[in-house]
Design a protein around this ligand. Structure first.
Ligand code: BGC
Length: 383
């Protein structure tokens, strides 16, 4: 009997120790992670140091254009400097590839996603998965449409880009005084991708400035293709723009008509337009049209210096990346990021709180100051 009682007491003692240990571990104060956020999970959930480092998944559209490579590099570098683990993916303009990449980022335990969409409306389901997993999503440069899963949007003033392009054309061609002088100019429009909300905003911006000159006859569009349904370029493709420009030149400019202005929404399109112009017998420096662009890519900057492109829009991807990174940091720390626009960007489901950076028009007169003095390119790179 005595033996049994002491055995029972022994068992009770062991159990009491186990319980007090368990109670002790659950009362352990929340640890602070590398990112400074409170880690409220138990020690059983997170055993290794690796799990306390927050993961950020970054989905970029393509490496075929210089800007997205810089965007991706800048975001990765800055997030890593803050102690985050970054998985950067490029979809090479393949919509399904981007869906799979985002699925993988979610399955691999991303704590936050930064997405620049290939097709802004094609990610509704996969972003729904992110939302179900409580993963905040930051739309990068391009708005994510038709979803409530997007928390914030970092971009440039996209209508402002169009206004800047339109205003450049207006000023350089002195359109305000053209009617009085009896001057008219032929113009063609090469706009962006219809699945990119930015392209629509840009088109609106250009037409805000130039429509009055189309209406008055100062600007003449020989092809008659002025509306976005006719002027858009799927996936911002250089080849598509070149083909469309070739068709326009052969179809509408055969009878001695001369193209004076190519209103192009992207440097990549401008390269295609230039190739079509050369094919049709135009020569830079000799009646070469005013050609606009966007992104101030290295090749475009060189073309501006050599005179085969008139201007581009400089969007400092370092600034945009920094804004997106501060948004990521804020949401992961449960704070409100800095925003400067709460009304412009409605994605058909919600108006997404945004930070809009300022685009700058760049041409032969200011490229040195805007592109070199800011450290974006070195003088050597532009040679
Ligand atoms: C971006 C532009 C870029 C274009 C083509 C747009 O969404 O805002 O900066 O030129 O995509 O890549």
């Amino acid at each position: 009997m005595k033996k049994m009682i002491s055995k029972l007491l022994g068992v009770m003692l062991v159990m009491a120790m186990v319980f007090s240990l368990a109670a002790c571990s659950s009362k352990e104060p929340a640890k602070t992670t590398d990112t400074g956020t409170k880690d409220t999970s138990t020690t059983e959930d997170k055993t290794s140091e690796e799990k306390t480092v927050k993961k950020v998944g970054v989905a970029m559209p393509t490496q075929s254009s210089q800007r997205w490579i810089q965007d991706g590099d800048n975001i990765k570098k800055e997030l890593e400097a803050l102690g985050y683990q970054v998985d950067l993916q490029y979809a090479e303009d393949d919509v399904q590839a981007q869906v799979s990449q985002i699925e993988n980022l979610i399955n691999n335990g991303a704590d936050c996603l930064v997405v620049a969409a290939v097709d802004s409306s094609a990610l509704v389901n996969v972003l729904g998965e992110a939302k179900n997993n409580n993963i905040p999503v930051i739309a990068y440069d391009r708005l994510l449409m038709d979803t409530d899963a997007v928390s914030y949007y970092a971009t440039f003033d996209n209508e402002g880009v169009g206004v800047a392009i339109g205003t450049y054309i207006e000023e350089k061609m002195e359109l305000a005084t053209a009617a009085a002088d009896g001057r008219t100019y032929n113009i063609e429009f090469f706009m962006g991708s219809p699945d990119d909300n930015n392209a629509v905003f840009l088109d609106n911006g250009i037409h805000k400035v130039l429509d009055k000159y189309l209406d008055s006859g100062v600007l003449v569009c020989q092809s008659g293709q002025t509306t976005f349904d006719k002027t858009n370029t799927l996936r911002w493709s250089q080849e598509t723009a070149q083909k469309r420009c070739e068709d326009i030149l052969s179809g509408f400019y055969g009878d001695g008509e001369h193209l004076d202005i190519a209103a192009s929404a992207f440097d990549g399109l401008s390269y295609g337009i230039s190739a079509a112009l050369v094919g049709a017998g135009y020569t830079p420096g000799d009646g070469w049209p005013l050609i606009t662009g966007q992104d101030a890519e290295l090749m475009a900057a060189k073309n501006i210096i050599s005179g085969s492109q008139s201007m581009s829009i400089f969007k400092d991807t370092r600034v945009l990346a920094e804004k997106a990174v501060t948004m990521v940091q804020a949401v992961l720390e449960g704070k409100e990021p800095e925003i400067n626009d709460t009304t412009t960007y409605n994605n058909n489901v919600k108006t997404v709180p945004s930070y809009l950076c300022t685009p700058v028009a760049v041409d032969i007169d200011n490229y040195s100051e805007v592109l070199i003095d800011s450290g974006y390119y070195t003088a050597d790179e532009l040679k």
